[in-house]
Design a protein around this ligand. Structure first.
Ligand code: GDP
Ligand code: MG
Length: 180
């Protein structure tokens, strides 16, 4: 039996309260084989093991436990992050407008060695609502924002309908691995 060391990748998920961060993580992790839930002081994370090419990786995805309202996430939350997932709700303009703040806040708190190449992923969640008729942020607007920050990958998702969730987190894992 060979013992292989898994690569631990830390991913943090940021965005306004209510956009579906916890739901996306739960959809992603609970649907698949390995799940784990840990409560820590001020933050929660779930882990998921997956294989990328011939590498076994453990994705450790950190969630906020309501502190996003006050932006009082501690340094431990940001420390050692390999990728940052930004989430907004396509039906709520404010959640899109605050992306700049979350992006800035991450760079300030995590201070990655190379801010220009640090991997971010943007998720526009809740595309299922009202068959898309209540959305206020277009795909183009979101993609323009991503381009303005230096080619951030963008996924439209529905945690409720499990739309694009796996694809988004696979991109997250690959980006984190490439940055590790
Ligand atoms: P968080 O505060 O960002 O963690 O958001 P939550 O995951 O707690 O979700 C906030 C609310 O939005 C909950 O009532 C969820 O059921 C709902 N929600 C989350 N994702 C979706 C989605 O993709 N579609 C719909 N229709 N509702 C969602
Ligand atoms: Mg939550």
């Amino acid at each position: 039996m060979s013992v292989r060391r898994r690569t631990l990748l830390k991913v943090i998920v940021l965005g306004d309260s209510g956009v579906g961060k916890t739901s996306l993580m739960n959809q992603y992790v609970h649907k698949k084989f390995s799940q784990q839930y840990k409560a820590t002081i001020g933050a929660d994370f779930v882990t998921k093991e997956l294989q990328i090419d011939d590498k076994l990786v453990t994705l450790q995805v950190w969630d906020t436990a309501g502190q996003e309202r006050f932006q009082s996430l501690g340094v431990a939350f940001y420390r050692g992050a390999d990728c940052c997932v930004l989430v907004y709700d396509v039906n709520v303009l404010r959640s899109f407008d605050t992306l700049d703040n979350w992006h800035e806040e991450f760079l300030k708190q995590a201070s990655p060695s190379d801010p220009k190449t640090f991997p971010f992923i943007l998720l526009g969640n809740k595309v299922d609502i009202d068959g898309g008729n209540s959305r206020v942020v277009s795909e183009k607007k979101a993609k323009d924002w991503c381009a303005s920050k230096g080619s951030i990958p963008y996924f439209e998702t529905s945690a409720k309908e499990d739309y694009n969730v796996d694809a988004a987190f696979l991109c997250v894992a690959k980006s984190a691995l490439a940055n590790e």
